[in-house]
Design a protein around this ligand. Sequence first.
Ligand SMILES: Nc1ncnc2c1ncn2[C@@H]1O[C@H](COP(=O)(O)OP(=O)(O)OP(=O)(O)O)[C@@H](O)[C@H]1O
Ligand SMILES: [Mg+2]
Length: 264
Amino acid sequence: MTAAESKGQTGVEFIRMAPTLLKISNLSKCYRLGSSNIPVLERLQLRVAATEMVAIMGPSGSGKTTLLNCISGIDAPDSGSVRLGDRTIDYTSEVERTRLRRHHIGMVFQFFNLIPTLTVEENVRLPFLIAKEDNPQRLNRVQSLLQEVGMTQRLHHFPSQLSGGEMQLVSIARALVHAPELLLADEPTGNVNPQVGRSIMRILRNTTAHAGTGVLMATHSPEHAAWADRVCFLKDGAICAEIEQHGEVQNAARIHGKLLELGI
Ligand SMILES: Nc1ncnc2c1ncn2[C@@H]1O[C@H](COP(=O)(O)OP(=O)(O)OP(=O)(O)O)[C@@H](O)[C@H]1O
Ligand SMILES: [Mg+2]
């Protein structure tokens, strides 16, 4: 039973009452190339509640990865603020940015970012090894997550011995192993077949329902965006439209229609 069901609430009521987990205010970011500036994000506003799953859709180059990197502290915005829980991220502190990724945020990257010289099991243990928190209980957690993503047969394989879809599943296990408050997933189904894509969506949904993690996912797939509670459309540097999906897996046709209407 999910937390919402145990309180007799619908998904949407539960999310409306949930505290804000992530609040992005007036976030702007441009890249400098030589003497020219490429504006990517312009005074972007976004809120994700605890337990909410939000999908971001937008054309290639619209700034989805840039946005996720600014939230995780991999990159820094030029202006604006990012609040996670009760803290405003201090981009001037490298220590804080690292702590954020180690303890509070999980990341699934567009191109996996697995360490090629570590096995599947070691890659998933990595957050604990880096934080010097590796112990037998942690190993149980690693194994149960690898079981959840269906990769227990591949514990001792190296990334080069896995398919793209398998690497994505391992990277999802790694992102969730330290039970983050917020999971940032950059096209988590970009390289997988439809069946694995659905498994990944099920894992992300379960994470919001049972672990209370907020999920922010960039995707080009209306079918996968349809699993989210809300879809936000990113165009010209800002969120230009949203669709609320009432916490249910809806038909992707509405999302297809909105993409056509927005010219995305
Ligand atoms: N380090 C960088 N230096 C200069 N320009 C960059 C840099 N990183 C990204 N950009 C530019 O910023 C824009 C946004 O890139 P970003 O990767 O965020 O797009 P995206 O929405 O994730 O695209 P996709 O759907 O293809 O993954 C692009 O025009 C890209 O060329
Ligand atoms: Mg991207």
